[in-house]
Design a protein around this ligand. Structure first.
Ligand code: DON
Length: 611
């Protein structure tokens, strides 16, 4: 192996030294206690260099869990077959966006509970050549005939069945337009290479444990729609087993149509007609014009500094970026590193910060094309300082003591994430969704495609919580062609202006704090991405007034928090982060272990180069 490859493997921040020899390197290792240097594998070559480098570890061996390691790119998704499609595209010379587009279509087949054609999402792209980060908004929109009180019944109560499980639940789907737009702008390989793997998987797919489990578990939910039952379940009514085969010929045809017509079939042609005929037959309001006029939008990402790192995240209509930045800004006022990970102090301070962030969310956040959001103020360091000054370890604030924008000066369960990085350092961080697991549960006849229930992300009535317990008001009220407010938080992080980290998760309202917990674990507590992922999570969203702790959170610490006055509840683990990291040319990947079937896999050239 040549010298410059080795230098890559050492951390850039390593001190230069003239000393050479394994003793010297082992000395450094001993000093760092049980940290072991990945680059030790290449010690002899390092020593032949004129100026040796005292290497810092890329991976500390102080954790019980390590990520996957590779040298030429990494793909982390919720479903192993989709991950393999991404890896295959990178191997064929595709870039991160090519792989993302292929993964996006593949997940629509292999992860029907969240992967989708009938939903929407957000994609963050880092382009290594221009060093630019862009955010693609392909969130669903309300149909043109939608209106503020459309989900209120005669008694002016929210009709939850209508918001969540009917053809009215669906926003105009954005996924197909979004994936095609990402490809148009950044793609390198022809579209057919990116859609064909999904067509193949739809034609014939062996049932995995994870897919069988999720379909069997949700059979009752899906049985509201006869077509969902016919599409996703066996004709004899028996349960799915591992090793069975599922055939999705209608979905394969829709995908082939998209490929052949560059999306026109979906928004204007064959598939569009099927979607609208069905929705109309059920009395719904979406029209051919709604589909034909749908466009994704490139938006400027939100940017925040944290030490040497710059975090890029999704601006509105996601609330994710704003509140992630807000939380990070607030927490930087406290000595969290010294206090330690998940100690009573750290959890308390984060919890109080979360109350302020979610209170602001309820009032100010909505579709930026419709409402004026005080973004600059919300993400400003000064505003965070003011909030921080109201937070103290001595007091637990009641939710009623916190109200939206209190210190802001006047001015007018299912989603899925994937993270991909290619050998050149281009990155894609994408979260997309049908909203609930299997969306509305309604499959459009003749398409094999499930409709989202994203309209429930609007505030159907001020003060009435949505499916995730979130409150909202005017800013997120329903309007024609408006995008419902989202919590999806795909992030990209650069370190010293170089690609470093990307992550994202499902989890409804908890997505923002899942990503926050992870970034704190990485940036403050210096964990590897595997440890940062599996560490027990905490969440508070102002209302309901409860500090949610994951099972596995230390009981003694929970006791201290309870004694302080926090209203604590333990919950089953939540979220599913899909993360990749790059350090000095080495790629790390990790798929959350909270749900089955996920896979982080890289392209590894080490074996070949060693020959
Ligand atoms: O956009 C949003 O915030 C929600 N529709 C996300 C839903 C979700 O994460 C469900 N997954 N557990």
């Amino acid at each position: 192996m040549e010298k410059d490859k080795l230098i890559h493997l050492a951390d850039h921040s390593a001190e230069k030294t003239n000393a050479c020899g394994i003793d010297r390197i082992l000395g450094a290792v001993t000093k760092a206690l049980n940290q072991i240097v990945l680059s030790l594998l290449f010690t002899s070559a390092i020593c032949s260099s004129a100026i040796a480098t005292e290497v810092k570890p890329l991976l500390n061996f102080d954790a019980r869990i390590l990520p996957n390691i590779a040298t030429k790119g990494m793909v982390a998704t919720q479903e192993s077959r989709a991950t393999k499609v991404g890896v295959q595209i990178l191997n064929q010379g595709g870039n991160a966006v090519d792989a993302a587009v292929a993964v996006g279509f593949a997940l629509a087949v292999t992860l029907p509970r969240a992967g989708n054609l009938g939903g929407g999402g957000f994609m963050m792209v880092y382009d290594q050549k221009s060093k630019k980060v862009e955010a693609l908004d392909y969130r669903e929109k309300a149909p043109k005939a939608a209106y503020r009180d459309m989900f209120l019944d005669k008694g002016l109560n929210v009709d939850k069945k209508k918001t969540r499980y009917s053809v009215f639940s669906a926003g105009v789907p954005g996924t197909v337009a979004g994936l095609l737009e990402a490809h148009r702008k950044y793609g390198h390989l022809p579209l057919e290479k990116l859609i064909e793997p999904a067509i193949k998987l739809a034609t014939e797919l062996p049932m995995s444990f994870a897919m069988a489990e999720s379909l069997n578990r949700k059979k009752k939910y899906m049985s509201r729609s006869k077509v969902s039952l016919e599409t996703y379940y066996k004709a004899d009514g028996s349960a799915w087993n591992i090793g069975d085969t599922i055939y999705q010929p209608k979905l394969a045809k829709v995908l082939a149509g998209i490929l052949k017509s560059n999306g026109n079939s979906f928004y204007k042609g064959d598939t569009a007609t099927k979607i609208i005929d069905f929705i109309k037959s059920q009395g719904g309001i979406m029209t051919m014009d709604d589909l034909a006029s749908y466009r994704p939008v490139w938006r400027t990402p939100l940017e925040a500094k944290f030490g040497d790192a710059t975090i890029y995240s999704m601006p509105p209509p996601s609330s994710g970026g704003i509140h992630l930045v807000q939380l990070l800004n607030i927490i930087q006022n406290f000595p969290i590193e010294r206090a330690g990970h998940n100690t009573a102090y750290s959890v308390h301070m984060s919890t109080e910060a979360m109350k302020f962030a979610y209170a602001d969310r309820s009032k100010y956040l909505g579709d930026p094309d419709f409402v004026k959001i005080p973004v600059k103020k919300l993400v400003s360091v000064d505003y965070a300082k003011t909030i921080a000054s109201k937070i103290s370890f001595d007091k637990v604030l009641e939710s009623s003591e916190v109200s939206p924008g209190m210190y802001l000066s006047d001015e007018s369960p299912q989603t899925t994430h994937f993270s991909i990085i290619d050998k050149d350092g281009n990155m894609v961080s994408n979260t997309y969704t049908l909203n609930f697991s299997f969306g509305s549960g309604i499959t459009v006849p003749g398409t094999g495609m499930i409709l989202n229930n994203e309209m429930d992300d609007f505030s159907a009535k001020a003060g009435v919580p949505n499916g995730y317990g979130l409150l909202g008001g005017d800013a997120n009220a329903i309007e024609a062609e408006k995008r419902p407010l989202s919590s999806m938080t795909p992030v990209l992080v650069l370190n010293n202006k170089e690609p470093w980290l990307e992550t994202g998760s499902p989890g409804g309202s908890r997505i923002i704090t899942i990503v926050y917990n992870f970034l704190m674990n990485k940036m403050v507590h210096n964990m590897n991405i595997a440890s940062a992922t599996v560490a027990p999570r905490i969440h508070h969203q102002w209302y309901p007034e409860v500090l949610m702790l994951e099972k596995g959170f230390p009981l003694d610490t929970a006791k201290i928090l309870k004694q302080k006055g926090h209203k604590i509840k333990f919950y089953n683990p939540w979220g599913s982060l899909q993360s990749v990291e790059m350090k000095n040319g080495v790629f790390f990947g990790f798929s959350d272990t909270r749900r089955p079937g996920a896979l982080a896999e890289g392209i590894n050239s080490l074996a070949e180069e060693a020959k």
